[in-house]
Design a protein around this ligand. Sequence first.
Ligand code: NDP
Length: 284
Amino acid sequence: MDSIIDVKKIVERKKEKIKSNVQKLNKVGIYPKLAVILANDDEASKIYVGKKRSMCEELGIQEVEYILDETTTTKKVLEIIDRLNNDTSVDGILVQLPLFKHLDEPKILEAISCKKDVDGFHPTNLGKLIINHEEEIIPCTPKGIMWILDSLGVNIEGLNAVVVGRSVIVGKPIAQLLLKKNATVTMCHSKTKDLKSYTSKADILVVATGVPNLITKDMVKKDAIVIDVGINRIEKKIVGDVDTKEVSKKVKYITPVPGGVGITTVAALMDNLVNIASKRKEKR
Ligand code: NDP
């Protein structure tokens, strides 16, 4: 279907650019390095860490992992973070979520230096996003969404953008980024009355709810751009938050699931890391 965006192509182009930036840094003696902390037994998390490891390898980025077992304590994790914060060879620290339940997640996440927060979730970095600070670190999924929108060559200024979902990792930051591009942004959530009355006016519709097939064909505007962030597992199949099959017949562009926003996230993380590493050059 013509309306389905080829996200793979967008990601490949970005990866080439990141790889070339890594090579440029290597030439001046800078070797970007990511530190990953995994403190849970969750199979999905192990898969995500594996994906990050293989993309680091592919792009020439150094990676170090701290795999912690159930006996680990908040104190131990904080000690590791403190060491990594002070290690000048480490550019980014990533704590894979969720953590073992007994660990103090907010305390651990806040302990990461905001300068090494590759995920962009630190309160300081979320604040920088709001004030358009030049040193902002953009959370990875919203960053990937902006890559997709940029690749379409659409002028976002003045368009009606509706974001369904208000999480800290997707909904709120993407609304902020769209606002920065001068879209008129509306945010919807589970308490929104008559969701359709908003979504049907959207020139750009971003859906991040985790509710399979929440958005149906009658809820979208003709020729809209639809970004489906949802990743929902149903009977071994992965589906998004949008009824892609039907909606794709009506809109101008739509991201597929799987193979859509999801595949931009790890590349966006690598981009954040390399941007942080390039600041080492400026400091010299
Ligand atoms: P959260 O559960 O943190 O937030 C979901 C949001 O959706 C909430 O704001 C909630 O409203 C809203 N919501 C829930 N039901 C409805 C409804 N019926 N109508 C309108 N709004 C609703 O989810 P995340 O943002 O973390 O993730 C959303 C989806 O995106 C998931 O499927 C997740 O797997 C996927 N995801 C994909 C990523 C990727 O591509 N790399 C990364 C992160 C997430 P309220 O605030 O009122 O509860």
